[in-house]
Design a protein around this ligand. Structure first.
Ligand code: CMC
Length: 383
């Protein structure tokens, strides 16, 4: 029995996994041996999902059949749509709405009684959830805008169809490629908090709806997926302050503010995903003829890394530092950024659930008790 408490499970190995690996000193991320840069440049999100769920890259035929099988599962039942409508009408936060709607999806599951040990059935369920999350999010946004949801388009890929359902118009190539790339970059990332949460739930042999619902809850916090929204809100604050961004960040650090989008439990150098999104952000800024957001982020990054010496402390930009400005330039509402992260990370959650359940062992750690050993019971009316 280990005696030392590893606060936050920092550095503790809890499972083996063949899905993804991070080299935090070299700033390298691989999915099943493929560099994230290669996947972001060459693959599609569906191809990456296949890789994560089936151990290897698909052939062209396999990919087509797989992408079709996802496209066929996009529609929501009238009941789930009504749930989404009511959540939007009540002013629910998008991540909370997504959590509730994914949980509600299980009522429509065509294989509700499948044996939890039947991993093929779990894969099919995971595929249905993955296919429906974009529809939930787009419908939620449409209802919030007092507009009717747009039916999924069977001929568009997952990223294109999401933008289509969000706006009612087929997206241009730049927007579709950008979202597809963002989905690839966020699909898996070792045993991050939300993936570990999904695995803990799966280790009880609960079904995959519970794992994904729990994963969404864990992802929603500001120390995890919620940081991308916080970064954009910070940049909007800089913009509205009418201050020079350099002045703004100096003041923020003097006040001891923690800058969202910086720091990571595993990376000691700049996150490779941040580099790819930074390049995307620059491209979009140049295409839009407005480099304001790109300039704000780079000014803040330079000041923090050079002047504040955060790099020496191993605190560098993470994926969230540049994703916000990318989504903002595509006109996506700020509070949909973390849900887009969830729309992608569901691939990792399902992949890890499948992998873990293949050789399952209940996850059940211990805590060191620090309360009194013996306490004398006092009846309630004598306390
Ligand atoms: N700005 C300024 N200082 C920071 C930051 C930051 N964003 N992050 C960490 N530090 C400092 C922190 O103050 C502490 O300094 P000291 O040792 O002097 O007290 C030191 O770095 C270590 O911080 P920590 O909180 O113990 O580090 P951690 O490994 O537990 O936390 C983190 C990692 C991601 C929670 C943290 O860096 C953070 O809060 N970052 C901002 C939120 C964020 O961007 N989250 C997204 C993470 S990446 C995407 C994802 O996985 O979802």
């Amino acid at each position: 029995m280990l005696e030392d408490v590893q606060k936050g499970l920092e550095g503790v190995l809890v499972a083996e996994s063949g899905l993804s690996s991070i080299d935090g000193d070299a700033g390298r991320l691989i999915y099943r041996g493929y560099d994230i840069e290669t996947l972001a440049r060459e693959a599609t999100y569906e191809e990456v999902l296949y890789l994560l769920w089936h151990d290897e890259l698909p052939t062209a035929e396999e990919l087509e059949a797989f992408a079709d099988s996802i496209a066929e599962e996009r529609e929501l039942s009238a009941d789930v749509l009504e749930t989404v409508r009511r959540l939007a009408a009540s002013g629910e936060e998008p991540m909370a709405a997504l959590r509730t709607a994914v949980s509600a999806l299980s009522a429509d599951e065509p294989e509700p009684d499948a044996d939890p040990e039947d991993l093929d059935a779990t894969l099919r369920k995971g595929r249905r959830i993955t296919a429906k999350i974009p529809t939930i999010l787009a419908a939620f946004e449409r209802y919030r805008m007092d507009e009717a949801p747009v039916d999924p388009h069977p001929d568009l890929d997952l990223a294109e169809n999401f933008l289509y359902m969000l706006t009612g118009e087929e997206p241009d190539d730049i927007a579709a490629e950008t979202i597809d790339q963002a989905l690839i970059l966020h699909a898996d990332h070792g045993l991050n908090a939300s993936t570990f949460t999904s695995m803990v739930v799966a280790s009880t042999m609960a079904d995959v709806y519970s794992s994904v619902t729990a994963g969404i809850g864990a992802l929603s916090g500001p120390l995890h997926g919620g940081a991308n929204q916080d970064v954009m809100e910070m940049l909007i604050e800089v913009d509205e302050s009418d201050r020079d961004p350099l002045d703004w960040v100096k003041n923020a650090t003097d006040e001891g503010r923690r800058i969202p989008g910086f720091g990571h439990r595993v990376y000691n150098v700049k996150d490779p995903r941040a580099k790819i999104l930074q390049a995307r952000c620059k491209e979009l800024s140049e295409a839009n003829g407005d480099e304001k957001w790109y300039d704000y982020t780079t000014t803040i990054e330079e000041y923090l890394t050079e002047e504040q010496g955060l790099v020496e402390k191993g605190i560098a930009p993470n994926v969230d530092f540049y994703s916000g400005t990318v989504y903002y330039q595509l006109g996506i509402p700020v509070d949909m950024y973390t849900p887009i992260f969830a729309m992608s990370r569901v691939g990792g959650w399902v992949g890890h659930v499948l992998e873990y359940q293949e050789d399952n062992r209940l996850i059940r750690p211990r805590g060191r008790y620090t309360g009194p050993e013996e306490a004398e019971w006092v009846p309630i009316d004598e306390r």
